[in-house]
Design a binder for this molecule. Sequence first.
Ligand code: TYD
Ligand code: MG
Length: 456
Amino acid sequence: MARPKAAFVCSDCGAEHGKWQGQCGACGQWNTLREVVVAKTQRGAAVGYAGGAARAAKLRDIDSSEDARIPSKFGELDRVLGGGFVPGAVVLMGGDPGAGKSTLLLQVSVALAQQARVLYVSGEESLQQIAARAERLGTPPEDLTVVSETAVERVSELVQVERPHLVVIDSIQVMHVQSSDSLPGSVTQVRESAAQLVRLAKQTGVVVVLVGHVTKEGNLAGPRVLEHMIDCLVMLEAPPGSRYRTLRGQKNRFGAVNELGVFAMTDAGMKEVSNPSAIFLQRPEQMAPGSVVTVTWEGTRPLLVEIQALVDDVQGAHPKRVAIGLDAQRLAMHLAVLHRHCGVSLADQDVFVNVVGGVRIGETGADLALLAATLSSFRNRALPRSLAVFGELGLTGEVRPVANGQDRLREAGKHGFTCAILPHANRPRRAIAGIEAIPVGSLGQALTAIAELPER
Ligand code: TYD
Ligand code: MG
């Protein structure tokens, strides 16, 4: 008989190693590797749809009609999920403690329970606490079944009995499998609990939503071991000090990723923000130097955000390039383009840029705005309040088109912007009422266009 195989799993990030070492090679933490014995049963039972003996079939003979999705009653959540919950899918909602995961999922559960069977499993709060929270949310939880439980076996039994359409597990980190003897909260327990719940979802068709807390390093505890098991990973992010929450899809087997949903945390729970452009744009009447609005593209819709820059005499041995909400490497690259192609050197200046409202921009459409804000601060000259700027910048100083240029322009017009600097290739064929498009083909042209804007 083969010896049980030993593996060493990092209790912080969940990475697996073949032998013990003092530092986890994946996340760099010290003394986090714990020995786990990989049970024999676990090896054979890979997580997947295989319920019984596998049977091969022709792909064309398989009924591919997707079961009807279950809308969550929250448009912003549905957007991120790609149109609602898919029966049998496992969704992992990650986020910092206090982001509002429990609040949002309780609201979803209460709303859905009016039409479907929902089981809300809390391992972190007592039933009284859940009831008190539901009361505070102002939604009478008429038909919601709640249970305070941490044993996965009990949850499985309940699912077999209650036959819910949706199960919320708050949180996966406190769940444990009774038959496993590793410590509750350990990576092994989290992984085994998740594996059993995934199997349950695939066998019964119930939607399973797992809540996962994020560690201080920004990793979901045991994420790498969970990520390949689950169908969707959505992250609820709470920018420090902001009441707004963004929900971002990071993995989705049934839809697009990188959709962004926006919520606001209020006294009565999470409220959807269906017009997010408006909230990130609260600017003073009198514009200060270093600020400009760009139109980025998030998933399937445009989003107006303000980019701020501060340029100041260098304060150390090396000039600082700090970017929050944007890629600092891109900032450094664009400053090089600015120097090489337009002769503006910021070598003796510190440059800080920030995207207001805690938004993170992961696309290139903000390139031009980033430099516009930087130069505005450097020259201490405010840009007009009614100006929007977007476009990608190439290394040869050319301004490249971005996807959905017309929609971006229209979004800016809708929010009262009267003028936009944009890539030449994105110029509108027909004028868009209320907004003047200033197409530019190079960074030099963009700087000229900005210089010629009326000062206000
Ligand atoms: P919670 O949902 O418990 O966060 P998580 O489950 O992600 O850890 O949210 C807790 C925070 O939200 C807490 O700081 C209080 C705040 N909150 C409100 O502002 N309004 C509300 O109606 C509720 C229920 C919570
Ligand atoms: Mg919680």
